[in-house]
Design a protein around this ligand. Structure first.
Ligand code: NAP
Length: 243
């Protein structure tokens, strides 16, 4: 039996991943604020409450019989776009919630995951669902918190990947940039005014032209990529646009 842990399973890509990765040989564990139709073992956990989230990760992972798994995969998928607005129009709530939901959540997850699995000698993978917004040349006006926290997640993964090079039973850390997908994040983007987000027309046009894939299509590509986990390169960012 393999174990797959996914954050943000209630909707969007996380929901699609849970469905496409489920089979009788898979123990599925989910974290997030709400469960949606997720059928695995679910732990309610809000990354904007870091102390509480850390203890939920810790106790949920401690209770799992991971030593009997043939492989262990953690997919840090949960994310929040946050308010799209220029920096001078952000308040402390927006700033704290978006950075916490994205960057703090991934750091807590990676830390708790490694503590739990570091002595387990089976193939282990930590996947960060990243974004084009993490790339230096894709910085977008009005997306400063999202871009900064996605870039932070990518660098977090690269740094921990370095640490794992010297681990006795290393975990492979990778980023996967899924590209745009038709989820609630895209709906939120299209509802933003051009004053708040000058590029909004481009996203509306992509939708009108049917150029935005479903999360199911993207989840199937991630499933295929992870099916050969041994070939994944520690510290690398995989862009699904290339697959
Ligand atoms: N959609 C795109 O075009 C696109 C493009 C590139 C990258 N991505 C990335 O893909 C991933 C999935 O995004 P999506 O489009 O599927 O978004 P989504 O439909 O909005 O789903 C986000 C998930 O994250 C969970 N979440 C949000 N805030 C949370 C919090 N504070 N604590 C715990 N869980 C939280 C949500 O669950 P609850 O509300 O139940 O907590 C939900 O299941 C994200 O990392 C995103 O950055 C998306």
């Amino acid at each position: 039996m393999r174990t797959i842990i996914i954050t943000g399973v209630s909707k969007g890509l996380g929901q699609a991943l849970a469905k496409t990765l489920a089979d009788e040989d898979t123990r599925l564990i989910g974290f997030g604020r709400t469960q949606g139709d997720f059928t695995g073992t679910f732990h309610s956990c809000d990354f904007t409450k870091p102390q509480l989230a850390a203890s939920i990760f810790e106790s949920a992972l401690a209770a799992l019989p991971l030593e009997d798994s043939e492989s262990i995969t953690f997919i840090a998928n949960a994310g929040r776009l946050g308010i799209l607005a220029k920096a001078q129009n952000l308040d402390s709530y927006d700033i704290e919630e978006t950075i916490a939901a994205n960057l703090t959540g991934s750091a807590l997850a990676a830390s708790a995951f490694l503590r739990r699995v570091e002595q387990i000698p089976v193939p282990k993978t930590f996947v960060q669902i990243s974004s084009g917004a993490a790339l230096p040349d894709r910085a977008k006006a009005s997306w400063s918190l999202y871009c900064a926290s996605k870039a932070g997640q990518e660098q977090l993964v690269r740094s921990i990947a370095r640490e794992q090079e010297n681990a006795q039973h290393p975990t492979t850390f990778v980023n996967i940039n899924p590209g745009v997908m038709e989820t609630s994040m895209q709906e939120q983007i299209r509802q933003t005014t051009p004053e708040s987000f000058p590029e909004v027309e481009r996203f509306i046009k992509m939708k009108e032209e049917g150029r935005i894939p479903t999360p199911d299509t993207v989840a199937a590509k991630i499933r295929d990529l992870l099916s050969n986990a041994a070939s994944l390169e520690n510290g690398k960012t995989y862009s699904l646009a290339n697959y």
